[in-house]
Design a protein around this ligand. Structure first.
Ligand SMILES: Nc1ncnc2c1ncn2[C@@H]1O[C@H](COP(=O)(O)OP(=O)(O)OP(=O)(O)O)[C@@H](O)[C@H]1O
Ligand SMILES: [Mg+2]
Length: 264
């Protein structure tokens, strides 16, 4: 079972969109069972799959953090699409952050325990953690539970700094979670412009971080698809972002067997 955190300190760089597309591709093209963990109190991922979700409707990330994960069973996750399970976020995550500031216990290893139990069950192939911008109790717990990181960045100066800061933070996390490795920085919202192309060149030449060969192009189909509550794969199979996310998946997971394809 692979455990991947999608994380960047910077907001709005495409973390949630990337999580949604990878989940859809893994479930529909690779035939994998995917568990999504929404670590963000903004609840964007949760609202995408469960627009009517209310705090208290079943097991949530906050419950796992508060109880230490011991009495949480992964089969209490919500089946939100065929082969896609969700552990939802709620505004309670902010309460947990406040408690952490006040020095109270926040269950930093709780998601790790939860995911280990999931691995023992053997039904989930892939866990994706959609992290908030910044270090919170939930994103720290995700970093403890994950083995791999994807760092989406938008090519402007601030995002580049965000990515470098992320690597510094990831390096310090490595001391606590030595199993963690950066799969790659993912350039999102790519479009033809001197600033974007220069940013990409700088990032690749820097060599401090692995950078995915595949970039994700900017297209209106992505925001449109989120309004429609559909992965872009389903909303517009031929759009640039749909093509790019499929190519990214092949770069990360290898080719899918055409015979195993499940229509989207
Ligand atoms: N390839 C793309 N082309 C066009 N728009 C995109 C693309 N990827 C993401 N977006 C848009 O950028 C915005 C931010 O995306 P998203 O919510 O995934 O970022 P995020 O990093 O999860 O943000 P936050 O840090 O607030 O959680 C959304 O409006 C989304 O539709
Ligand atoms: Mg997000």
């Amino acid at each position: 079972m692979r455990t991947i955190a999608i994380i960047n300190m910077k907001g709005g760089v495409g973390k949630t969109v990337t999580t949604i597309q990878l989940a859809s591709i893994l479930a529909n093209l690779y035939g994998k069972n995917v568990a999504l963990v929404d670590c963000d109190g903004q609840c964007n991922l949760t609202r995408f799959y469960m627009p009517d979700y209310q705090d208290g409707d079943g097991l949530s990330v906050a419950d796992v953090l508060e109880t230490g994960g011991e009495c949480c069973w992964s089969d209490n996750m919500q089946l939100v699409r065929p082969r896609i399970y969700l552990l939802p976020a709620s505004a309670s995550l902010y309460r947990i952050d406040l408690a952490a500031i006040q020095g109270k216990r926040t269950g930093i290893c709780a998601l790790k325990g939860f995911v280990e139990a999931m691995a023992e069950d053997g039904e989930v192939d892939m866990v994706l953690f959609d992290c908030p911008p910044g270090f919170t109790a939930a994103s720290t717990a995700a970093l403890m539970a994950a083995r791999e990181l994807i760092i989406p960045v938008e090519m402007d100066r601030f995002s580049l700094e965000g990515a470098l800061e992320m690597v510094r933070q990831a390096e310090s996390m490595l001391q606590v979670n030595p199993a963690l490795r950066v799969d790659g920085v993912l350039i999102t919202k790519w479009h033809k412009s001197p600033a974007v192309e220069q940013g990409e060149r700088m990032l690749r030449q820097l060599g401090a971080l692995p950078v995915f060969r595949q970039v994700i192009r900017q297209t209106d189909k992505v925001p449109e698809s989120t309004f429609e509550k559909k992965p872009v794969l389903e909303y517009s199979w031929r759009s640039a972002a749909s093509y790019d996310y499929r190519a990214l998946a092949q770069e990360m997971f290898g080719p899918w067997e055409e015979a195993d394809n499940h229509a989207v």
